[in-house]
Structure formats: structure tokens, C-alpha cells
Design a protein around this ligand. Structure first.
Ligand code: SAM
Length: 395
């Protein structure tokens, strides 16, 4: 696990650090070694048995899931992965419980001295039930749970939990997605030169700030429904010296004028949104984009572009990790979503961008030259090789 560099990082005892590293290590083992072992079991045993019985291969992820469910390796893998997920959050609670008041005071102080960016929380804001009623990916209290006024607990839980969860693959500021994608956009579309950039569902702004790094002259905005995450995001950006404007807003009903942004971005956002709300969010993105602007969503790749086994593998979270909207989203066709939101199909784009942290700048820069194929083996998941899939369209 990599230590964050900003001043809001949790102060941990040696034992607490050891526990977090241990949990990261289990996650790395499950997602690298055991995932490879499980694929080998599928190829050597379960798939041939499936073919023998049905006289054909599996059509889709659910058929692979049906065949794997009773397999001992899959059961062991799933049990360990659920346990590790629970331990991710459990490993953060002890230092967070101790540090809660210090974090709140530090965040307030950073806000009081605020010279960079802004924080705008809405009065009487209604958090959608699809956020407030679910402890998504087993995160107790979810993004919006609050202990008292000015609380930043959920933000810190997410920041530190993600660091344990991602076992170093997101970089020490957890911004590998933002750095890889914002840098890619800057190189690939130099004519875009965005003046205003919007990040939807920004949580703690860990991937929002990268847009400021890539485009220092642009005004960068992040929106989210969760107040404790936004307070933390603003303080975290301040502590990192980045000017970002954070707003409490629902992406389904944006409070920005028409044609006001050059880039509308999101990362790992749409798979946590119910299917019926996604078209509204994309239509809003279309509305607030300027003509010629770019909408880009970094996401898990769609099932239609993956083999049945990979579809099954990625959809694991939907069934076992309290991610009810994950598979329904991945069953949608990104190109159709963009068309239905008002984008010209000829202006649809789709990229597979190598992680800058994992592959290094040279390989990452090489991706600028090609519009990547979806590599079902390595796309959008934390394993041996990390690629960020993204789709969207120019307006
Ligand atoms: C998985 S997190 C996004 C993570 C982050 N963008 C990243 O790059 O890792 C999903 C976020 O979306 C927010 N969210 C959910 N529904 C929303 C909505 N309708 N409008 C704005 N934000 C929303 C949640 O509060 C949460 O912070």
C-alpha cells in the first residue's frame, strides 16, 4: 500500500499500517494469483464439461457464472475476496475513529484559509435513494453518511480504503485514472484546449485534480451528491495546492447553463447508477457541453465487447460486492447510450488507455497514436496489467 502525500492522510500506528498492508496483500493475491488460477480451472475443467453437456460453448457471463457457482475454486476465491473487501474498510476504521475530530478541524481550517477553488453545498439537498440506501461495495455508511456537522469521515474512509483496496496500482494520490486519461486527452486532442472541465460523481476529487494538472489554465469543477466526500475533496485539493470547484449537485439535474463546458468527464461513476437514471445523466452532459466539446466516461468495459468468461469475471461485483447497478450498466451499449443522449454516432469515441503508473510514460504515450481495441484480459480491473477503458462523444 502506498502512503498518500497530503496533510489529511491518517496518522496510523505501526500495527494499523501493518494491518492495512496485510489486507492489500490479500487483495493482490486474490486478484492476481487466484484470478489466474480460477481462469485455469475454467479452461481445464469447467468449460470442457459445459461443452460436453451442452454441445456448445457459453453464450454469456451468466452462463459461465451458472457453471462456476458450484466450483470449489470459485467458492474459495469469492469467500476470500468478500472477506478481503470487508477487511479493507475494517482496517481503516480504528485510525479513522481516533482521527475523526482532527480531520474535521484540519478540513475546516483548510477551508477557512481557502484561496484555491471553492466548495458549494446545497441546502436541503436530497441524496438519491440509490446512494443513501446502499452500502455500496460493502462500505459502511456509503459516501453520504454523516456523523455530525462539517463531517469528513466518509471522504477519509474512501481515500484510505481505496489506497488499501488498490494495492498501489492507483498511485500514491490515487489519481492514476485521472493522470492517464487527462494527459491522454491533452496529447490526442490538442485543438480541444478546454477552458472549463466538469467531473461527474467526483467523490473525493482524486481524479478531478489531474484535469487541473493537464490543463492548468482551465476552470475545473467536480460535482457529487455526498457532502462529507465533497468537504474532504475540497480540503484535499487545497492541501495538494490544486484549484478545483466542488459542488453538491445531482448529475441527473445539473445546475449549470447550457453549453458551458468543453469537457464533461466521469470515472468509475456510471456503474453505480441505476439503468433508468443513466440516460438523464448523459442527456445533461450533452446539454452542458459546448459544441465541439468532449464527453468522456472512464468505465468498466461493456459485456458486449468481452468474452463470456471475462464478462462473468468482471460482473462478480454485482452479485457478491453489493453493486446492484454494475451488471445492468455493463449490459448496456455505450454507443447507443451516446446516440440516445443526442450525440452524433459519427462523433462517438472509445479508448483503451494504458495506466501511466503501471506501464510508464513511454507505453502510455504510444497509446495516443492508436484508438485501442478492448483487451478483455486486462481492461479496467486491478490485476497484472491495467488499462482504462473509456467511451464518449464529441458534441
Ligand atoms: C464510485 S464513486 C466515483 C469515483 C470517482 N469518480 C473515481 O474516479 O474513482 C461514485 C460517486 O458518485 C456519486 N454519485 C452517485 N449518484 C450521483 C448522482 N446522481 N449525481 C452525482 N454524484 C453521484 C457518489 O456519491 C460517489 O461519490
Amino acid at each position: 500500500m502506498l502512503e498518500p502525500t497530503h496533510s489529511l492522510k491518517l496518522r496510523k500506528t505501526r500495527d494499523e499500517k501493518a494491518r492495512m498492508n496485510f489486507v492489500s496483500g490479500i487483495r493482490a493475491h486474490v486478484l492476481n494469483d487466484m484470478a489466474n488460477g480460477m481462469r485455469a480451472v475454467w479452461e481445464a475443467d469447467v468449460e470442457p464439461e459445459f461443452r460436453r453437456k451442452r454441445r456448445r460453448g457459453p453464450k454469456d457471463g451468466p452462463e459461465v457464472h451458472g457453471a462456476m457457482k458450484s466450483n470449489e475454486y470459485f467458492k474459495f476465491y469469492s469467500t476470500l475476496r468478500v472477506t478481503a473487501q470487508d477487511l479493507v474498510w475494517q482496517s481503516v476504521f480504528p485510525p479513522l475513529d481516533r482521527e475523526r475530530d482532527r480531520l474535521k478541524t484540519d478540513a475546516l481550517e483548510l477551508r477557512r484559509r481557502s484561496k484555491l477553488g471553492s466548495l458549494t453545498l446545497a441546502e436541503n439537498f436530497e441524496v438519491p435513494r440509490y446512494v443513501s440506501a446502499i452500502d455500496v461495495h460493502l462500505m459502511a455508511g456509503n459516501y453520504d453518511g454523516e456523523y455530525d456537522s462539517d463531517d469528513v469521515t466518509a471522504g477519509s474512509l474512501y481515500d484510505n480504503g481505496l489506497a488499501v483496496f488498490s494495492f498501489g496500482l492507483m498511485g500514491k494520490n490515487l489519481d492514476d485514472i485521472g493522470q492517464s486519461i487527462a494527459g491522454f486527452v491533452r496529447r490526442k486532442f490538442p485543438q480541444l484546449a478546454p477552458k472549463k472541465i466538469l467531473d461527474l460523481g467526483c467523490t473525493i476529487g482524486h481524479n478531478t485534480g489531474s484535469w487541473k494538472d493537464a490543463f492548468p489554465n482551465a476552470e475545473v469543477h467536480g460535482i457529487d451528491v455526498a457532502a462529507p466526500c465533497l468537504r474532504y475533496a475540497h480540503a484535499r485539493a487545497q492541501a495538494q495546492g490544486r484549484a478545483v470547484h466542488f459542488h453538491q449537485m445531482n448529475a441527473e439535474y445539473l445546475d449549470f447553463p447550457d453549453a458551458s463546458f468543453d469537457v464533461v468527464f466521469s470515472s468509475m461513476f456510471l456503474h453505480e447508477i441505476p439503468k433508468k437514471s443513466i440516460p438523464r445523466i448523459l442527456a445533461e452532459a450533452h446539454r452542458v457541453l459546448k459544441p465541439g466539446g468532449l464527453m468522456l466516461h472512464m468505465e468498466l468495459p461493456p459485456n458486449s465487447q468481452l468474452s463470456p468468461y471475462d464478462a462473468f469475471y468482471l460482473d462478480w461485483d454485482s452479485t457478491y460486492n453489493n453493486e446492484p447497478f454494475y451488471k445492468p450498466f455493463r449490459d448496456l451499449k455505450p454507443e447507443k447510450l451516446c446516440r440516445d443522449a443526442g450525440f452524433d454516432p459519427k462523433k462517438y469515441v472509445q479508448f483503451v488507455i494504458p495506466s501511466i503508473g503501471w506501464y510508464g510514460e513511454k507505453v502510455w504515450a504510444g497509446a495516443v497514436a492508436q484508438q485501442g481495441e478492448v483487451d478483455s484480459d486486462k481492461t479496467g480491473r486491478l490485476t497484472d496489467g491495467v488499462m482504462w477503458y473509456s467511451f464518449g462523444a464529441f458534441k
